[in-house]
Design a protein around this ligand. Structure first.
Ligand SMILES: [Fe+2]
Length: 172
């Protein structure tokens, strides 16, 4: 199916007040977020499988929680792109080309895994902010609200991972 065929149908015009140009821009940014999120998803699986050491049980479970959340939000992003009558990028070769998030080829030490996850969060948060800004400018509150909820969720995870990394303060 060629989704682009539907661009100028009346149903699209009735769906929203967005111009084709605005929809294009929002869908492109959502696709970049989708690409980053797939790299992040697989990295969380990598860390879930390969983590080791004294914090194994805690981190093993936490990385699983992260990829489970990513899986749900990835689906919502892709389906939002379809709702806007554009095509979600769907192949890993395209994700690798589009994403800023890099794969981890080696087995990292556990604390380095947490730091790498924080770097992913920073990139994802930047991408989310870009989507929200563009969607707000176009009065696309459906997209803006969805991504704002993801952003708040990720900012909370960012705080938790930073707290994990912080050295305990020793009592004097
Ligand atoms: Fe597992």
């Amino acid at each position: 199916m060629n989704i682009s065929q539907n661009h100028t149908t009346n149903s699209m015009k009735n769906f929203s007040n967005l111009s084709a140009e605005q929809v294009e821009k929002i869908a492109l940014q959502l696709n970049h977020l989708l690409a980053e999120y797939h790299l992040h998803y697989q990295k969380m699986r990598n860390f879930h499988w390969n983590v080791y050491g004294e914090q194994f049980f805690q981190l093993h479970a936490q990385f699983e929680a992260q990829y489970n959340r990513a899986k749900i939000q990835i689906d919502e992003i892709a389906e939002r792109i379809l709702t806007l009558q554009r095509r979600p990028v769907s192949n890993f070769s395209d994700y690798l080309y589009m994403a800023t998030i890099a794969e981890e080829k080696e087995t990292l030490r556990p604390r380095d895994m947490v730091e790498a996850t924080l770097r992913d969060f920073d990139i994802l948060i930047d991408r989310m902010n870009q989507v929200i800004k563009t969607a707000d400018q176009a009065n696309d509150s459906g997209t803006a609200d969805m991504v704002t909820a993801f952003l708040k969720d990720m900012q909370k995870s960012h705080w938790m991972f930073r707290a994990y990394m912080r050295e305990p303060i020793l009592a004097s």
